[in-house]
Design a protein around this ligand. Structure first.
Ligand SMILES: [Zn+2]
Length: 365
């Protein structure tokens, strides 16, 4: 008993009626056709609607004005460049680009967007000399950009808006918590009343990063890939759903049904929430827009973000995605890598899974 307040014996929460409203209102525009041609038509409509919901028409094109700010040789023959790009007028995105010298015919170009709790690009690019970053890497296996570079791939690891060097004023301090986390909440408050969304801004910036790869002209666009964990998985999902330039998608720790994972668990970060989205689509519908491009989805059985029904909430969404791949005769271009344990990126099978979906895509008739 807390002497400072009173104990409530019976609560009157809003959650139950919201769950019922979800059942009545949600997912009104899922795919109902029966052929790949039907799906192509649905995809175009769905993409247009999603771009509208994200407020993409309010984003402002501008020259990238790339500047290389630093070059650091790392052990293992990897060069780390720090590049600054302008993604909207006077809005800048710092990116670590890891360029291994031991590249071969299998080397690809990966965008590696960051999730939460890793200080943006610092964990993903493996800056373990920073103690808080070292702990995040250890806890989440967070340095997937560096791991890709160690496997011979080029890894572009950006700060997404609100993280690392892109934190908005509320979190521009040297406190560990502020350094590791981001300002998604503040971004959502600035964006949504104007008709913009956090995820819309993040996708826009990643699309500008693709423009940069194209403009730089040193690496094959046919190998363009995106891999992200958690909030980085969210960005990977949305980018690949909306932009065909990405040829391989690897989504870790972010694929589940909205009702369990973002309504029943309604305390997730603001960047997950897009006004009106649930009326139209569930997450599997969005992921199905990636079909028939090679896709690896990684889920952890004990990930609390899967919601109260656990992995079942993931498998239902994977079924939606698989139905789209089946229409294209491309069911072997998806691997669902289910790992044990809590919310964490797993490297054990991911490289093999990527090889499998890529091999099946190239050997297709
Ligand atoms: Zn967030």
């Amino acid at each position: 008993m807390n002497p400072d307040c009173i104990s409530i014996e019976h609560y009157y929460p809003t959650l139950p009626i919201m769950q019922r409203k979800y059942d009545r209102l949600a997912r009104k525009d899922y795919f109902t056709g029966s052929s790949a041609a039907d799906f192509d038509a649905w995809r175009e409509m769905a993409r247009n609607r999603l771009k509208q919901l994200l407020g993409m028409e309010l984003m402002e094109p501008c020259p990238l004005c790339p500047q290389i700010l630093e070059e650091t040789p790392l052990p293992g023959g990897i060069l780390r460049q720090k590049v600054l790009l302008q993604t909207e007028p006077d809005t800048y995105m710092p990116v670590y680009i890891l360029i291994p010298d031991h590249r071969d015919g299998h080397s690809r170009v990966f965008l590696c967007p960051p999730g939460h709790q890793g200080a943006g690009k610092y964990s993903v690019a493996g800056l373990g000399e920073i103690p808080a970053v070292a702990r995040a890497i250890d806890f989440y296996n967070y340095d997937y950009g560096l791991q890709l570079a160690q496997h011979g791939h080029i890894a572009l690891c950006p700060d997404c808006r609100g993280f690392g060097e892109r934190r908005d004023p509320d979190k521009q301090t040297d406190k560990t918590d502020d350094f590791l986390t981001g300002t998604c909440y503040q971004l959502a408050h600035m964006a949504e009343p104007l008709g913009l969304t956090v995820i819309g801004m993040l996708v826009w910036d990643l699309q500008r990063l693709i423009d940069y790869v194209e403009q730089r002209g040193e690496w094959s666009m046919d190998t363009l890939s995106c891999l992200g964990f958690s909030g980085g998985g969210m960005q990977t999902l949305w980018l690949c759903a909306l932009d065909d330039r990405v040829k391989l998608a690897v989504i870790s720790g972010y694929l589940y049904g909205y009702k369990d994972s973002l309504l029943t668990l309604c305390g997730n970060c603001s960047c997950n929430y897009v006004p009106q989205l649930w009326r139209h689509y569930d997450m599997g519908d969005i992921a199905s827009l990636i079909a028939p491009r090679p896709l690896v989805v990684q889920s952890c059985r004990g990930d609390h973000l899967n919601g109260p029904r656990g992995l079942q909430n993931v498998l239902e969404q994977m079924d939606i995605v698989r139905r789209a791949y089946d229409l294209y005769g491309a069911s072997d271009r998806i691997v669902h890598d289910v790992c044990e344990g809590e919310h964490r990126f797993h490297s054990e099978h991911i490289f093999e899974a990527m090889d499998t979906v890529l091999k099946n895509a190239t050997s297709a008739p």
